[in-house]
Write a protein that binds this ligand. Structure first.
Ligand code: RB5
Length: 146
């Protein structure tokens, strides 16, 4: 599976652990930056990742900023993207089982590399449960403004 990863300066310290964990699980990682600690604007990097998704260059996205909030707001504006900000393994698992989240968002100033790896692992390995959740996920695309 191809996974695009993008972050701002608030997420750049956490990114290597995320990229390593994805690669260890066989993902083909598209690292879209940022690559340094210089201050950048998180919407610019969220944009790179969602554009890669729309262009079918990846099947999933992982975004990282300081809190994960800005990246989540950006990604969830894009029809077809279901971004889940997860700070623990439970929410990561549920974001796949119930929400079919195709975008994982992490807070680089909230969690450390060990927990990030665990979250990424669960998120990559957990399938969508389907069933009653199919119709609910479909209704997301019918939200006003979509
Ligand atoms: C950058 O300082 C910070 O605002 C950003 O990483 C993120 O937390 C925004 O939501």
């Amino acid at each position: 599976m191809r996974v695009a990863v993008a972050c701002d300066h608030g997420g750049v310290t956490l990114k290597p652990a995320v990229v390593e964990e994805l690669a260890a699980r066989g993902a083909e990682v598209l690292d879209l930056g940022t690559h340094g600690t210089q201050s950048v604007d998180y919407p610019d990097f969220a944009r790179l990742a969602v554009e890669a998704y729309i262009a079918r260059e990846c099947e999933r996205i992982v975004l990282i900023c300081g809190t994960g909030i800005g990246m989540s707001i950006c990604a969830n504006r894009v029809p077809g993207i279901r971004a889940a900000l997860c700070h623990d393994e439970y929410t990561a698992r549920m974001s796949r089982l119930h929400n079919d989240a195709n975008c994982l968002v992490l807070g680089g100033r909230v969690i450390g590399p060990g927990l990030a790896r665990a979250i990424v692992g669960v998120w990559m390995d957990t399938p969508f449960e389907g069933g009653r959740h199919e119709a609910r996920v479909k209704k997301i695309e019918d939200m006003p403004g979509s």
